[in-house]
Ligand binder design. Structure first.
Ligand code: ZN
Length: 673
């Protein structure tokens, strides 16, 4: 709707404040205007918010005009309340409530009486506005979404609350602010700076020109347009593939760290958080504590990564020199690691070297590598810290520093962690052997998994994943152009890449090959348990897949998580391969049957099992609904204080508490002790 706004035109807003100079001085001590007999009217110029484009220049987010009815309670005179309420289609009780609220904010300052009139309401009210002293119309612009995807990437716009106004005096009642996503991260860039004009009025309320030739006036600074790294076609495709499923997809360009797609499912149409229905719709999304549409799984879901983690076990083993490419271990359908402890393996058994170990995903092979790595050091404490240090060089166990509201650190245990569980050094490599196959105390988010694959694709370095590609007229943050080099030498990545390539040719992803594209990938299955009345109950496994492609000169690294999706090869691997095909071949998907199966496939029945109490005693159902009520109450408080970010955190913590992912073959797991 750019045509509604001439480009570069400052949206000059209508009347704002009529106040005596005395009040002006109270509002702003630095504003040294001496009182005289005239009144001053402050007019704000709200610049139009910057537009948002995708990496190929496609317009994603524009603006549309919106009209708020503002009120200055002190100025209300001779109001025909009945007529007024009829025009606006509100009850008298509503009216009183709104006026009281405005008075509490300030009797002399303007506040929003009724936000975001539609065109019809605006037209009806506009005709009569003169009659209603103390009320006026404030024109603003709201977001106008050109696509119905990417809600989690964009975030949304909302009215500032009292807490924000107190903390950031720039904002006045009724002003809009970006929350979540890029709207929050790039708020100041997108918003611009509003201008202020001081106009003089005589005692007949007639405008007699700028106050003091406008020496106190400021000019509005236009919001800047931004270009995201997102490929909106890929984003659309990912959201379509994840329909009727829960999970996340993160796709990164390895060469740059640019985020190509960030999908979370379920999601929602960003347009439902615009306009008068905003608040109602937001509350509904927030209160959906079962499918949690506001929980960005790509950034926030922490899981034991499972088999994809074996890539790191191998790299650390190679770097520490405890294995080389030719080192062999025998798999006896598992790995005996002393005192009757056994880690099972379904690879078929036999002699395993690095290459076969990777594409057959042999637990015994990686158990051995991990044991050797830790045991290389004089004490297990030193071993774990060395291992942990290597992992941290991949950006694991910490916030990644991307430009979206903060996600999760994941977890990379150090020796201190185990010392707490086993005081006086009562632990060794075999105690923590499940770490070798990504099922111990290690936790990773999908974006960390995708970044790990980008690092492997680059043979040892990565750029911090980011969503900003260009800001009009200004460079993007230098930190996104800084290369992070891991502690693993470049030479050790080649054999790993060859193994990952054969996952497609000979291994678990054989069924997800794409003609003409060489893909390197790894399947994963994260077992999924929840505790009911102290009893461990197993839910369907999560399906995980990580990959990059093409093998030579990689263009995309990707992680796909499908909650309760069973084997990696069932959902996550096909979805990964379709995403890769879509991105590399653009519009030609060759495997239309597979595409249809993924798009139409639903895991709702699996999710309903839990909701319907299939796994739960009636008592727990009660407990569950009580928890939901608590969230609702918290939500109310949240609106006052504007801490959506914190509440989101609470939400996900709740999720983690409800559905906890743990490993089966980890009999000596410290957490259980
Ligand atoms: Zn095996």
């Amino acid at each position: 709707m750019r045509k509604l706004f001439l480009p570069g035109l400052i949206v000059v807003t209508a009347v704002l404040l009529i106040a005596r100079l005395f009040y002006l001085q109270i509002l702003d001590d630095s504003f040294k205007i001496k009182s005289d007999n005239n009144a001053i009217k402050i007019v704000y110029d709200y610049p139009e918010r910057g537009y948002i484009y995708d990496r190929n220049g496609e317009l994603l987010v524009a603006n549309q005009p919106s009209y708020d009815i503002m009120v200055i309670p002190k100025d209300i005179k001779n109001l025909d309340t009945l007529e007024f309420c009829t025009i606006l289609n509100i009850t008298k009780e509503d009216f009183i409530k709104k006026i009281e609220k405005a008075k509490i904010y300030s009797p002399r300052l303007p506040s929003v009486f009724l936000p975001q009139l539609n065109k019809m309401e605006y037209a009806a009210f506009q005709e009569k506005i003169r009659k209603y002293e103390g009320f006026y119309i404030q024109k603003r612009s709201l977001r106008d979404y050109q696509v119905n995807v990417g809600a989690n990437v964009f975030g949304y716009i909302t009215q500032v609350n009292d807490a924000i106004i107190k903390k950031h005096p720039y904002y006045k009642s009724g002003d809009l602010i970006g929350m979540q996503g890029v709207e929050q991260t790039y708020e100041e860039i997108l918003r611009g700076i509003k201008g202020v004009k001081y106009r003089q009025r005589d005692r007949f309320n007639k405008d007699i020109g700028p106050y003091k030739e406008g020496i106190y006036d400021t000019i509005a600074v236009q919001g800047k347009d931004i270009t995201l790294t997102l490929d909106v076609e890929l984003q659309k495709y990912g959201e379509a593939l994840m329909k009727n499923k829960r999970g996340g997809i993160v796709a990164i360009e390895p060469r740059t760290g640019e985020i190509l797609a960030l999908v979370t499912a379920p999601s929602y149409d960003p347009a439902i958080l615009v306009g008068r229905e905003r608040s109602k719709n937001y509350t509904a999304l927030y209160n959906d504590s079962i499918s949690m549409p506001l929980f960005d799984r790509g950034l926030l879901a922490e899981y034991p990564p499972g088999s994809p983690f074996k890539i790191l076990t191998a790299l650390v083993g190679l770097q520490e020199g405890v294995i080389d490419e030719k080192t062999q271990f025998v798999c006896n359908h598992g790995f005996s690691y002393g005192r009757g402890s056994f880690m099972r393996c379904h690879c078929g058994g036999g002699v395993r070297d690095l290459h076969v170990g990777i594409y057959k995903s042999c637990n015994a092979y990686f158990g051995n590598v991990y044991k050797r790595t830790i045991d290389k050091f004089q004490k297990p404490r030193y071993g774990v810290n060395a291992w942990s240090g290597h992992l941290k060089s991949f950006g694991l166990g910490n916030f990644m520093g991307y430009d979206l509201p903060p996600g999760r650190k994941g977890h990379i245990p150090t020796s201190n962690y185990y010392d707490r569980w086993y005081p006086n050094g009562g632990w060794r490599s075999t105690t923590i052997i499940s770490n070798s196959i990504g099922q111990g105390e290690v936790l990773m988010t999908p974006i960390q998994l995708a970044n790990m694959m980008a690092t492997v694709a680059n043979e040892g370095y990565y750029y911090t994943p980011h969503i900003i590609k260009k800001i009009k007229g200004q460079p993007i943050d230098k930190k996104f152009r800084t290369k992070h080099i891991t502690t693993i030498d470049k030479q050790y990545f080649k054999p790993i890449i060859n193994g990952l390539f054969d996952v497609y040719n000979l291994g678990t992803a054989y069924g997800s090959r794409v003609e003409g594209i060489e893909i390197c990938g790894k399947t994963g299955t994260a077992e999924n348990f929840t505790k009911i009345n102290g009893k461990r109950v197993q839910l369907q496994d999560h399906s995980v897949f990580v990959a990059f492609a093409p093998r030579i000169n990689p263009k995309i690294a990707i992680a796909v998580l499908v909650e309760n999706g069973h084997y990696g090869a069932t959902w996550a691997a096909p979805i990964t391969s379709l995403m890769i095909e879509k991105y590399i071949k653009k519009d030609t998907i060759t495997r239309v049957d597979l595409e249809r199966r993924m798009m139409e496939g639903s895991l709702q029945a699996e999710y309903d099992k839990v909701v319907n109490g299939f796994y739960f005693e009636p008592k727990d159902k009660k407990k569950d609904s009580k928890e939901k009520t608590e969230v609702t109450e918290k939500n109310k408080g949240d609106k006052k204080t504007g801490t959506q970010k914190e509440d989101k955190k609470d939400d996900s913590q709740k999720n983690n508490a409800n559905i906890k992912v743990t490993a089966t073959d980890n009999k000596q797991k410290p957490k259980n002790k």
